[in-house]
Design a protein. Sequence first.
Length: 251
Amino acid sequence: MKTLKTSYIIALTLTCSLAPTLKAQNLYVANSFNNTVGEYGLNGSTVNASEISGLHSPYAIAISGNDVFVANYFPGTIGEYTTAGGTVNGALITGLIDPEGIAILGNEMFVSSSTGTIGEYSTTGGTINPALISGLNYPWGLAISGTDIFVANFDNGTIGEYTISGGTVNASLISGLVNPAGIAISGNDIFVSEHTNSVIGEYTISGGTVNASLITGLSGVQGIAISVPEPTAIALAGFGAAGLFVWRRRK
């Protein structure tokens, strides 16, 4: 069992593809309490605590190449920024309801909503299918592996697996979790953060349990992140939220 020393970083991001120019060893962090995205080193150093500012309750972020996509929960928008902090389009997608998770595959963006849906959009802002997957239970974190989307359902404690075309592979691939909020995939392993239990568990991509309490000693954990040194070969998703803030709102 590993114990992780924590600080006031409440929602981390994952990269879905790491371009050679991207600083792969840094973490980009969505802080909904102060409406910023910060950049940090894996050794805990601060690169820029306000790399992107002026946001509105940023819950989830995903990185594709040199672009950072941010889900702003309350105004229901997705904004596009550069990894250096520049604004490309602060309102790339609007009119969303409670966007909570983002995953990117190529030129396609998948966004989860508290309405129980996952919508599909283009990274240029176009709408492909606002309800590609529906009937979910407060979907939070998203991750993509190959052509499948893995979804953390906060309310019913499951991880579901679907195809990127919207088909159901296994709606309860992993069950018995307590408020899963974050999800990350590395190779054949799925890492899941449980908000209420404040643990991160490790599972196989086929649904088996490796270690349900891989990391403990956290506090209201939400988003999680995996950093890899290679510029390719891993598909990850951005997700996260503001722990205490969201927990109070949902009571």
